[in-house]
Design a protein around this ligand. Sequence first.
Ligand SMILES: Cc1ncc(C[n+]2csc(CCOP(=O)(O)OP(=O)(O)O)c2C)c(N)n1
Ligand SMILES: [Mg+2]
Length: 680
Amino acid sequence: MSVASTDIQNLAVDTIRTLSMDAVQTANSGHPGTPMALAPIAYQLFNHTMQYDPAQPLWPNRDRFVLSCGHASMLLYSTLHLAGVKATDKSGKVLDELSITLEDIKNFRQLGSVCAGHPEYAEAAGIETTTGPLGAGVSNSVGMAISQKWLAKNYNTADHTLFDYNIFALCSDGDLMEGVACEAASLAGHLQLDNLCWLYDDNSITIEGDTDLSFSENVGERFKGLGWNVVHVADVNDLSSLADAIDQFRACEDKPTIIICKTIIGYGAPNKQNTHGAHGAPLGWDEVELAKKSYGFPPEEKFHIPDGVIEHFREHLGNRGQAAYASWQETWNAYQKANPKQAAELQSVFDRKLPAGWDKDIPEFEASEKGDATRNSSGKVLNAIAANVPFMIGGSADLAPSNKSDLKFEGAGDFLPQHYGGRNLHFGIREHAMAGAVNGICLSGLRGYAATFFVFTDYMRGAMRLSAIMHQPTLYILTHDSIGVGEDGPTHQPVEHLTACRAIPGLNVFRPGDANEVAECYRTAMQIDDHPSAMVLSRQNMPTLCRTKYAPAAGCAKGAYVLSDCEGTPDVILMGSGSELGLCVSAAEELTSQGKNVRVVSVPCMELFEDQSQAYRDQVLPPEVTNRVAVEAGIRMCWDRWIGSQGKFVGMSGYGASGPYTEVYEHFGITKDAVVAAAK
Ligand SMILES: Cc1ncc(C[n+]2csc(CCOP(=O)(O)OP(=O)(O)O)c2C)c(N)n1
Ligand SMILES: [Mg+2]
């Protein structure tokens, strides 16, 4: 049926609103007020701005839309539905069905619906990243903008523009109050990412009430100070002013743009002043009906899509996107002929595959009593891999010389303002934004890595968790892994961090025990493209084990393996990771010389060991051998499962101390003698 409003644009905007209201009200859960207010922005972006083909939602040159205020998820779902965005299967093939059906919307926030409470990446095509924790989405958007610049610089040619997409992120007061957003904005401003546009919902309200309570800064002035182009829109319902603002974004050549949009939460609902109703709670059907009346919609009809709205999206977004995609395909076809080598690299990016020969130069390390710090071996292995994975980029939060995370080979280069071709990123001291940005880099198809001291994972844990939720292969290079840091003392000595990181479901935590384990852990991690990996590496040296005497490090692929064994049933199993593996080895030698049967098990990655068959796990840790000792310079918690109720643990139970690391190890009793004593 048709409704009173004759203006098709308003009708489309109001349909986004009413679908969102009905979904929230039906679920009786969620935030309706923000989608109602922001509907004009979503409409203007999708239908009149973005280079986006709803029939090709994974098109590499599509503009990205990030809904950083994930609590307004219905805004995204309603818009993707009306825009006719197609579904894709796991392999990325486009299906002849909608990504978000009306049925999904009717089941908003119900189990099994792709319309989850907050947008979940990969649940439905068109959701570019998982948002919900405020600030996360905008930090991802900076990584996406970095990726576009990098791809354009490295792969566009004078004849062929493959990458000219922009990134739009919609954010709220909460987003901009979060520290991570300011870190990310500071980085984006520094890098002069003019392909990045944030639209800020300046509605002067958060959950507790008016922003007067807690947020009175001048956001525009702040962003000017951060090097951004600041544009204002007085009323988002004036679509032409939005269009003008977006033109100002396009015209700006050397800065990211923030469009500060005045909006009224719960727009159209008569009692919108009721902050509760507009925020964490549905409006109630009465209010919903009144709002629908104010839009000229049939008040009692639910999930109503007036005639012409879907056609209107098809006519604008659909046609524009189809033409843009077709013309890009022509460019891509020509590019493949003209630049086969680069095209093959890009195909790997598009397919999320590692190129052939990616691991051919991973070094093998010679046995050495003196050995090396695993951070040093990591630097060598990272460089050997990255040299053969041309789309691997990353960097450190100002600790590259300590993290050994710099790519040093010929041509690696730095990624700097207006010099966007380099592979070494410089995140500055912004750990959380770094991890958020690297998630955005991985979401863009590149293999991104982020490096810092292990102890500062505390500062980026939110983003690490999101890379696991999103199944991104984000690589975290984390050095200075324990009290082995020595003189820097307790603030710099991780204690609970191994357990804390292992507690993040889906994050593989690797703590290699010598140089060859570093190589094998990298080899394993690189091939896992649906989980993030953390490489936890030492500052101090550890011996490089002789792999003819001990089992090959290839066992790392299984998470844990028997490093050295005895005849018959072991009297004791010693197990450890990282720098404490060497303690297990020397304790085993001593115990063996005293006539004990000793097995040493190396445990570089508990998560992968957990994934092995029961048979393999029992083979490594025979259930009948209950005398087990685990050694790790961290807390005991996650070892209990492996050592069992009879087991002993040699490690930490509180914070570390400042001093030369050998003395600190002695002080806390993490020594060969302690392991020998525990074994007895
Ligand atoms: C990191 C984080 N902290 C807290 C929340 C819970 N939360 C959801 S929305 C919101 C604030 C809403 O205010 P605003 O960001 O201005 O959005 P609006 O209500 O105006 O849409 C909060 C605190 C969250 N989602 N993420
Ligand atoms: Mg707000």
